[in-house]
Design a binder for this molecule. Sequence first.
Ligand code: GLC
Length: 639
Amino acid sequence: MNQASLHKLIPQTEKDAKKLFELRLATNLTLIQKQFFSLYTEEHHEKDFQKLLKLLPKLFEERPDHLKKQDLERINAANWYQSEKLMGMQLYVEHFNKDLKGLQEKIPYFKKLGINFLHLMPITTRPKGESDGGYAVNSYLEVDKKYGSKENLLELTKAFRKNGIYLMLDFVVNHTSDEFSWAKKAKKGDKKYQGYYYTYEDFTIPAEFEKTLPEVFPETSPGNFTYIPEMEKWVMTVFNSYQWDLNYTNPEVFLEMLTNLVKLTDMGVDVVRFDALAFLWKKIGTISQNLPEAHNLISLFRMCLQVVAPGSILLAEAIVAPTDIVKYFGEEEKRGNECEIAYNASLMALLWNSIATKKTQLLYKSLMHVPPKPQDCTWINYIRCHDDIGLGYENHLIQELGWNPEMHRKFLLDYYCQRLDWSPATGLLFMYNPKTGDGRITGSAASLLGLEKAIKTKNEALLEESVKKIVLLQGITLAFGGIPLIYAGDEIGTLNDYSFQNDASKKGDSRWVNRPMQDWETITKLDKEVSPQSRIFHTLQRLIKIRKENSVFADHNNLELYHTGNDHVFSFERPEDQKGLLVICNFDENPQVIDSAWIKKLGYFSKGEPLDLVSGEKVGLNSALLELMPYQMLWLMKS
Ligand code: GLC
């Protein structure tokens, strides 16, 4: 049972917020204690545990009253994050409309498209120059001047609440920047703060770590340690050299970070994106990702948050192997007690594989291979985010299809990164590692799906195909079960932005190519002109509306995959009592047919021809076969 379910059992008659907090604490205490002492031995850390017990009531005391009230409403409501009514967008505030105020002015735009869940990329202070897009944090709570002030943020969250918009912000839990106050003190020789990071006198221990640690940014930041001359020490920097990994073997770090986490939610944040959480625990001799201690730590954060601020939930940013991702929902006694939401990075990467190969076998194989998620948890389904697309498929599944995993990955990189003349995709190669042959892909959804090439070569057929592919992929994320998240600009088919190549602080990081400025000029013309951009926008707007109006789209853990017998086609059902939604997608550039007997058996033709919600037309059968046009997506409704 997850904590939310547990808390629902706490007497509904009790109305006093403080008493309810105490009840929540009492209910969770055994598990909190267990996780704490699993990380920090009881023998040496009893005092630290006492500190935690003092901290929790203090954090609760400081939580704003209106949020305490909202917490109770959320506990009593059903799992809001599994609702069909949610539709998300991710954006960089400065690329969208200048700053927080500018963003607030655009609430009508979100409403027009149907967006009511926003992930704002980091907005706190960061080093000048390179900052990994703000993922090198100088503070967890102080709003960077370029976005406005803390007051602007509080105003924004108030306006969001009034307009029914949920807010997600990052908690960069794995590392700080080298300018963070702790790092600065460490550099000055303060031993206490040197102990907040993994610091070493010489390279002996780092060398041991390096034997098994992979490299995250091999091109720009090879290795996992950086020498800091001021300190005369090495510090662990798994990401960029200016991002110092926090040392969670030190309980002080946990206590301080818990405080930062709760304070973040106190600003009105509904979902906290736990950034790079797979990396939270390090151990020599391992790749230091997905370690059991990392899971215990996440669960500890989660349970403390549930006690103090139960209305806020966690999203796992774990871009790891499919079978490892689901573990961030919590397993065994931690089941449902880590993160409520996780990125469906597997679906994302597999969809790009299906576009390039025009085949769906790997998609089916991999999805069937993933263990089921807990009842109360859900996915964020997306096709693009601000990061690169990694090719994290399971090798043995590629092999089962008779393909060579290395060659297959090379084909995908060639297909997307402009190494094949016939490919419609215009992507860039990211972090190619000649030592391993691994590489990743960057590019906006529209450019990767052929729109850029179609416009450049004035190829009408390619343009048509590209629009259909965009609708197909976005449509799958709307129907799959979970929160669909669209990257700002993708709703109007925004192309790659190459301007990063002229900016010294960005040019080493091609992920900036898929972080374009919001194109307001195009947006003002959407209702006036017919263009590929307006077609994409209006189709998505309509599909989002359909999703919100039909409860079959909610995530009831009811996803059924169906093999159609045609390798170009992907089909899944979202059954709900007597109702249901059957999604059928053609990933091929040619029309395809599938047998219809199984669809009839599922009851989709029992009341005559079913309605396809995408086209708004009934679907008839001329023979026993159902025909799908190139890149067509059907949403068949059973009512
Ligand atoms: C996450 C972010 C990515 C960032 C990294 C380090 O993976 O999505 O943009 O580079 O964490 O903070």
